[in-house]
Design a protein. Sequence first.
Length: 459
Amino acid sequence: ELPLYSIRHDPITGMTLTYETGTLSPELSEFGLSLLMQGVGQGLADQEQAAAAEAIGDTVLRRVVEHSYERQGQLIKDELKRVDDFLLPRLGGEPFPALPMLSHSQSRTDERRERVPERPRTLTQVLKEGPPRNTVARPPKPSPPKAADYKPIMAVQLQRANLAEKHMGRHDPFLVAAWYGLQATTQVPARERSTQWVSLGQRIASSAKQLPEHEIYDEDRAALLEVAADLMLRAALLDSEKSSWVNVTSTKADMALVLLESALRLDPPDSTGRLREQQAIACALTGRLRRAYAIASELRTIRGDSQRFRFLLARLAFLNGRSDESLVELGIAIERLGLTDIDAVKACRDLPRQSPRFRELTSVELEAISHAVLRGGTVQVVNRSSFPLTNVEIELRHPGQGGSRRIETFASYLAPGDDCSVPYDDSYAPVISVAGSDNQDRGRINLKSDQGSAQVEVH
């Protein structure tokens, strides 16, 4: 029989639950966190903060699901059935809302008008089957975001979690880790993030002590230590944001390295390579550059499809005097895997920035071709860069036959080689022959995107 483990009080549902045998059961925590994440996703105006919150929340939830479904079998089904019986009457018999990690929120009005009616789904079905199949003729419009309503939700739920931790005896450490992870990205002022992230990481690491002393829980302990180390590494990276890693020796990264090495002893296979990738970063930020490169080099097979990993390997290769290899890895990240954060690449000091190949990989390159037809035509703007362009604003300017004009268009995404057409009418020609001369007066395309700006003449 496995060691006893009890959760006496769940701060989300207010239910008192006791498990006779079995391993940690964090599905209720996933349910509670999903409601909170829905408020966070709708309430945050800062998209970068929202993405960070989702990333940390996803790390916790992913590991929770990985470490629980196989182990608990019928116990999970019985537990979720009890939750369904508790919740569905209070929801008026309507289907339980899909987890925000699995599907985007939809307009209730569009949903009622366009979706084929279906029977309510229970929480068990939601977790097992994922988002409902969409049967709409066209994608529904998302509901408008609510005005920063996540703050009161966070305040209440964090208070409940803290009370549960203080007064209710043993608690679900994954729930505590989830609260602290969300607190790190939504409640910490920018100027205090580095210090507070370390503090929250230490509290998450301490929560692992609540797990029973049995080897069956080692993977769960490793998952919590990974989340704690990730917060500490974020703090160390924030401190060294504008510096070369060759000059960095971070005590915060040193603490993260200790946690990661403990996690690797608890979960030695590390089949995904996530722990060792974090370990390589921690080694680099503590002055162990050769060891960092050696660890990262061994992960090419299992982490090679990750943009982040290839960028890390390019940086570590350069720091170890391997400039050619650095450019190869950077090329894979940008050209093959579609890395779009070109600003971060340009700002990184640990890359061969003087190389022509580096400039080729990071420059916005365009081609603009005019296609005239009867009563108008189009200008075809082609992305000749090595990377995709996102949130593209295109402006066609030219003092044409009908006087000075400006035509604008927008594209959310342009992959390398893709094009976007700018239409014009017969009163405006972007390429005009100059009378009495072999010259031509040409229009100009001005382009702005998340990756940079560029100008090019129309041909």
